[in-house]
Every structure is written in structure tokens, then in C-alpha cells.
Design a protein around this ligand. Sequence first.
Ligand code: UGA
Length: 432
Amino acid sequence: MSSEPRRVAVFGAGYIGLVTGACLAELGHQVVLRDVQPEKIRLLRVGEVPIFEPGLGDLLASNKERLSFTLDAAEAIRDAEVVYVCVDTPPTASGDADLSRVWAVIDTLKTVSSDRLAVLVMKSTVPVGTGDRVRAALDDAGLAHVGYAANPEFTSEGNAVSTFLHPDRVVIGAADDESARLVTALHEGVDGPVAVMDVADAEMVKLASNALLATKITFINEIATVCEATGADVETVARAIGMDPRLGPHFLKAGLGYGGSCFPKDSRALRAMASNTGHPFQLLSTVIEVNELQPRRAIQRLKNELGTLKGRRIALLGMTFKAGTDDMREAPSTIVASRLLAEGAEIRCWDPLARSVEVEPWTSTIRLASPVEAMAEADAAIVVTEWPQLKDLDWAEARKVMRNPLIFDGRNLLDPKRMRNLGFTYMSVGRR
Ligand code: UGA
């Protein structure tokens, strides 16, 4: 529990805002969550959770006395000592982050007179320099007494609650000591080290961390391709690489490329930001391009194996960008599906959580009851997402229903020897 409970308004009840709000309430703070979507607020008020995130529902329920939900921005700000900005910053066509929702919060702040408000905290991912611009806007609006801090988020979907409460680090970028002290105190009870720095540094830590993780994944995917051509095994190679503490074992899992709401967007935002300063970030550009090629390469390998994809029935096993989430944003499955459709294949999708699949001009709400159902009469099946249900599947049963027992394991989830013993033609990414 925090030693000094604060009144916190959280703007944006999306994935980050909900987790932030629920966790701050768990730490003992009084939290009001504000969102523009009436349906979201309605659901939250009746105790329902509008997104899938393990542990979040329990946390919201057990802290309900400290949580309230509103559509009214002014009402949210009126009593707040701290305002958290957790709105989304989607990419524009140029890759730059669209900050219009961030500025809408600042505009509301200007119209609500609040003597209590001590600090505005930016959790949304923003370009470096945004803090300076917000600071200037606050000063111009006569809100010089309101401090400013950047407090970027490093939680990942599927284990957001535990990584918020037990993080590797809490990064706080503050322009003034009082804001640094207040935001640090807000995190009392969080089990992890706090790194205090300047605002611009904190803004950069977020973008650089995600870009480096995306680079690591892309690097191992390139190694996997070379392994395929040379007979080495990427899993064995990655394991031994990871034993060097300078390199570390994480994010060395080869597959169909990274997706989600963060890595693709944040790497493009960092590239755009660098380019705006006159520096072409070549390494990052290559990472972005190679990652987009990765699922296409997999489809080409499948095509080579089958001779043609035209008229072939292909089962897609898993559609979300990773296991443990219902999130379809920038999921590699959408590239896989659109390539297959462009080649004239027929696709059947299974996913335990994804609600629908939209691949222009094709939209499907297909949610087959089981992976085996999706594989009925299939000429091939692709493991797109590493759902544990697939690891535990009765593959002998699946083999019986397939027209052609070909598995392309895009996540290196299954045991090659076992799959081949079961009679499958088994392909994976960079493995023997
Ligand atoms: C990511 C970061 O991991 C978080 O630290 C960060 O806070 C978050 O973005 C964010 O910016 O909000 P997330 O997008 O939820 O979290 O998911 P990850 O688990 O990082 O996976 C991202 C993608 O990389 C997935 O498509 C996953 O399948 C892929 N991946 C991950 C690999 O292909 N190989 C790996 O070894 C690891």
C-alpha cells in the first residue's frame, strides 16, 4: 500500500489505462477512469471488463471502492491531484505518432480550473520532445503550477498486471524535483527499481527499448533463414547465444515476425522521428522491412512445397498477434491470410479468443470450435500463434482429418521428431 493515497484521473480506459488505473487503485490510490466510449464506461460500471487481460477483472473487482468511471473529462479532472494520460497514439500515414488525443486531454485541462492538480503524467508513447511541448502549453495556459512527468509503460499484453506490480524497472522522467518525488511516491508498493531521469530520456527509453527488442527478434529470424539454408538449427543456436549474459535468452524466438499494437507502431514512430531530425535510421528501416517480409517468406516456402496455393484449403491455427490475448492489431496472421487469399487459396481460421478476422476485401467471423475442425480436408495447416492448446492437441486425430498432412509451424511450437513420426510433412522456421 502507498503511504499517501492520491486522487488520480486516468484518461483512456484502453489496455494501458485500465491496467494503470486498476494497479494504482491496488496500491491504495483513488482512481477515476475516463474514456470517450460510452459502451466501455457502461460495461466498467457494471463490473465487466471490456478487454481480455488475465487478472484485470479480479483487480478491478477487489478495488471497486477506489475506482470510478466517467465519460465526463471535466468531472474526472476536478478533484484530481494527478492526471495520467493513457490515450492511444496511433501512427499517421508517415509513421509519425498521432497525438491528437493527447492534446485533447491538455485542452480539457486548460478549461477546468483545478488548484489541486499537482502533476500531469504521460504514459502514452510519444515522440521525444513531446514533454517540452506539453510543458510550454501548460505554461501558456496559466498552469505553470502543474508539474509534468513521463512514465512510459513496459508491460506486455497477457501479463500486464503482474509486470506493472513487479516490473524490471519503473522509468520516471521529470523536469522538476517535485514531480519526480510525487510520481515516485505514487509507485510505493511496486516491487521493482525506479529510474528517475529527464523527460526526454524517459521518452527515448520507451521507443529505444521496443525498437531493440524488435531488432533482436528480426535478427534471430534472419539467422533462422540462414540456418534453413545451411543445416543449422536456430533453436539450439538461440539457446546457446542466450547463455551469454551480454546477449540474454529473451526475444530470440524465431517465427513469423513480430506484431501487436506496440513494436510495429513504435519502430515506425522512432524511424519517422529520426528522419524528421535529418537522420535516416537505416538499421531500423531494415528491421521493419525484414519483419514485413517474414510471413511472406513463409507463404512462399509453403507454395514451393505444395506446387501451387490456388484452390488449396489452408487451416490457420491462431490469429492473434501472440498467445494469451484477443488482440489482432498488426497480427502477422493478417499478412499470412491476405497472401494466401491473393494466391487463390481457401482459408479456415481457428483462434480461441480472436473475435473476427478482417483481411481486405475478405472479412470472416469464422471461429471454428477446434483446431481439428479447421483442419478438416485441409491441404496444409499453419501454426500462426503459439497457443498452448496447439501444443497439447491430439495431432494423430488431426492427421486423420487432413487431406494432406502438411504442417507449417510458424512459431516452432511443436516437436519436429514427434510430428514426423505421426506421419506429417513438417516444416518450421530455421529448424532441422
Ligand atoms: C511489447 C513489449 O514486450 C513491452 O515491453 C512493451 O511495454 C509493450 O510492447 C508496449 O510497448 O506497450 P507486447 O506487444 O504486448 O509487448 O508483446 P510481446 O510479448 O513483446 O510480443 C510482441 C511480438 O513479438 C509478438 O508478435 C510476438 O509473437 C513476437 N515475438 C516476441 C517473437 O516473434 N519472438 C520473440 O522471441 C518474442
